[in-house]
Design a protein around this ligand. Sequence first.
Ligand SMILES: [Zn+2]
Length: 503
Amino acid sequence: MSRRAVMLGVLAAGLASQSLVAVAGDLPAEARLKGAFRRAPENGWTYVHLEGSPSEIGFQNGYLLAPEIADLQKVFALELQHDNHKDWRFFRDAARNMMWPHIEPQYRQELQGIADGLRARGVKLDLWDVVALNADLEWGYYVAYYDKLRSVKPPASSAAPDHCSAFVATGHYTRDGRVVMAHNAWTSYLDGSRWTIIYDIAPAQGYHILMDGLPGLIHSADDFGINSAGILITETTIAAFHGYDPNGVPEFVRARKAMQYSASIDDFAHLMQEGNNGGYANDWLVADRKTNEIASLELGLKHVTLARTKDGYFVSANFPINPQLMREETNFNPNDAGNSEVCRHRRWEQLMAEYKGKIDVEAAKRFLADHYDTYSGKTEASERTLCGHVELSPRGMPTWAPPYSPNGAVQNKVADAALAERMSFQAAAGHACGMDFLAAEHLRAHPQFDWMKPLLRDLKAYPWTTFTATLARPSAATASPADAESRAADPADQLRHHHPAGR
Ligand SMILES: [Zn+2]
């Protein structure tokens, strides 16, 4: 049987709805790559430009980042087995049987495209591997639900983690009165040292996106991005959250769709809530640079709180906002004065007051490198500081990270209205404070983490670097930011014409 016949047989068996993908899959790689490219690493980041149809964007992602995706699959399989006590096959099966029916066609095509791109580079990962990779951040929520149904006590390490520190500010709080947003991602240094892709995506439908991310994913996953309709997006997870709806739309699909199709805060809130499955439940921070309005969308499964202002700030450090959500959907204890969320929340409040009227990109960079511990009153990096260093903490983080575990802030991003207008943001890989994490040294001192040894890398701190989206069409290559602005001048109109779901 020819390879093509085998492929068609497989498609007929499992992917009858993917006939368009099969046709595209037969095109030579050059035709599907179009204007896509990858740059040499710059200060720890790898910038890729992807453009075209969902299938093309996916193919370009898989093809250009094939070695990094193959490497990331090994990392996630190791972490998921360790944290959830389930093997990779469990997640592949859940990706296929539980998630796939709830993924709309454009993102099915993009996910299939990634698998096609990997195959073209000789990497032996298929569609279900790609879906399982994309859902990595929400697997813990699913496992808790799955184990509970079977009266199995889920492992403590599968608990919803308290990741990230972030703020958004506007009006009298910022130096120019316009919006400023910043975020550092907290995760294991095992995967965090790989969270270094800058995705510049010019999709055939929706808005141009610039976001950070992991290789082989259709979404940012730590969620920092801007789009050409003037929306800035980030989030921090809701600590100790529980709840999952297997009949909902995977979080990674909603997050990507919201990044691609939101032209307003209302669009964003609508797209995130449509089909909410509770996975990777976050407090989302959003800014609209066109109106100077900012918002916080605390997206629980039962309780959803949207707060917005044109003069103020929202800070986020995994601290649940709505008391009802805290009570009913989390195991969070707000009265533990020494816990990371409480300490970092207090520190954000201090900084917002201290810097009122002076917040700008440079101030944001200082915040993300901050080592002031509001509990001890000392400047001392740990899990309590905005620049997180769980690897230095004898306490760890009770919900997900044991003492001295290689976890904490792994990279940083900041944008203001002026940068976002040019489709730019600044990013720093590693800790913003400049402190390097050295894997071999740490494992010698803390051999309990030897299970990470084969894949744990150094996490070096790099300087801040500006990244800017590349315009897609050759005819627009010399276009000014004003042209990008005018393309997005009537976002509602674009949504009407381009929104595939026809909302
Ligand atoms: Zn630090």
